[in-house]
Design a protein around this ligand. Structure first.
Ligand SMILES: [Zn+2]
Length: 399
């Protein structure tokens, strides 16, 4: 079973790989691979990369390099990242003749979870010698567990180009998750909001020292009773990253008014969050309490720009932008209705948001998928300090 990973960004230097629709394979495979390396290391997995810049690697040098990092054994997983061309649609994973399809099937599942369809995962044989792998990266790394991942078609007929350009990190994150599961390493989401993910070799003391805090403070913030940590565990390192909601257990003599006052929130807010129809509480009842940075639910105003084209009038622009001439004039300090071609106008528009209440089993990923948005988008719209969700939490969803 592998416990180390060598990542191989396909092509490089004089060999650009496929090119199309503004995507150059060697550049995208490098970005994907660097993201993958960082994330696998975040999860405590020992990882190396065959190239970390735009250099040429001949096939012989490349496979030699792969085996120089951790040797030629089956304890090494080799992941060669590529972008497909030829006009198809979807991802492909090719695994070596000597290996089974377990990892490939996990990766395929993650692609699908992240909105990318999978054409197939398969093995391919050399026509001149069917006992050998077709691809040299699989053929010439004979005891390593080796796979080639094709993330999509840069000249694809479906949504591949958009996914490769805008969602390559999310697709790669899925592969990272599949690898972590396959290697039996606890997986946690990327640390985008100040949460610290425990790595191999970390101690509370080393984390405290590197982050300018103290062991006692970390223990207090995370309610830790002992000093032991597990790899992949997420730690709050300072007050500002505490979750957006707390749970409060009702005590004898409590009223909604008293609790609301204590947490500096409104009674209505607590009722809404907990689906309460009246003000009656029972001792022992658990309430979700929003913290003061809890997201607002009023539609948020987002300013758009419009560039005036020949023939445009303020009236037409207002109708098109679902606003009024008066509002556009006010927003842009216009004293007359005269426009010049190329003029930039700020258009006041209301972007509509709906709210979604988190239920058991939800993750930011599943919610993003459900509403056709991205995890990063949800984090920024909702000003989330953590990727952990609590049941009953309300999220703003762009509509
Ligand atoms: Zn390639």
């Amino acid at each position: 079973m592998p416990n180390k990973v060598v990542i191989d960004p396909g092509h490089g230097g004089a060999d650009s790989g496929a090119i199309g629709n503004g995507i150059i394979e060697k550049d995208l495979t490098l970005k994907i691979s660097q993201y993958m390396k960082k994330r696998l290391e975040d999860l405590g997995i020992e990882t190396s990369i065959t190239r970390d810049s735009d250099i040429t690697l001949e096939p012989t040098n490349r496979t030699k390099k792969v085996q120089e990092f951790y040797g030629k054994g089956s304890d090494v997983l080799v992941v060669s990242n590529h972008i497909n061309a030829g006009g198809g649609d979807g991802a492909e994973i090719i695994y070596a003749l000597r290996n089974n399809d377990k990892l490939s099937s996990l990766i395929a599942k993650e692609f699908i979870n992240n909105g990318q369809n999978v054409r197939k995962y398969y093995q391919r044989r050399l026509p001149s010698d069917s006992s050998k792998d077709y691809y040299y990266m699989l053929r010439n790394t004979p005891n390593n567990e080796s796979i080639i991942v094709e993330y999509g078609f840069l000249d694809g007929s479906g949504d591949d180009v958009v996914l490769l350009k805008n969602n390559y990190e999310q697709l790669t994150e899925g592969v990272v998750k599949a690898i972590a599961n396959y290697l039996n390493v606890p997986y946690s989401l990327p640390n985008s909001n100040g949460l610290y993910i425990v790595k191999k070799g970390d101690t509370l003391w080393s984390i405290a020292r590197l982050n300018n805090t103290t062991v006692d403070e970390i223990k207090r913030l995370n309610n830790l009773k002992t000093n032991s940590l597990t790899i992949g565990q997420q730690l709050i390192l300072n007050e500002t990253t505490t979750p957006d909601t707390n749970t409060y257990t009702v005590e004898s003599g409590d009223t909604l008014y008293k609790i609301a006052n204590q947490y500096n929130v409104s009674v209505d807010k607590i009722k809404e969050l907990n689906n309460l129809n009246n003000n009656i509480l029972s001792v022992g009842q658990k309430l979700i309490i929003p913290s003061s940075n809890y997201p607002v639910e009023e539609p948020i105003e987002i300013k758009n720009y419009y560039i005036v084209k020949p023939g445009d009038t303020l009236y037409q622009i207002a109708i098109k932008s679902n606003t009024t001439v008066e509002d556009i004039k006010k927003q842009n300090n216009l004293i007359s209705n005269t426009l010049t071609i190329g003029q930039q106008l700020q258009i006041p528009t209301k972007t509509q948001y709906t709210t979604y209440t988190v239920i058991n089993g939800d993750s930011l990923y599943s919610i993003a998928r459900k509403f056709n948005t991205t995890v990063n988008n949800l984090i920024s719209i909702n000003n989330l300090a953590t990727t952990n969700l609590s049941i009953g939490q309300k999220l703003l969803i762009p509509s």
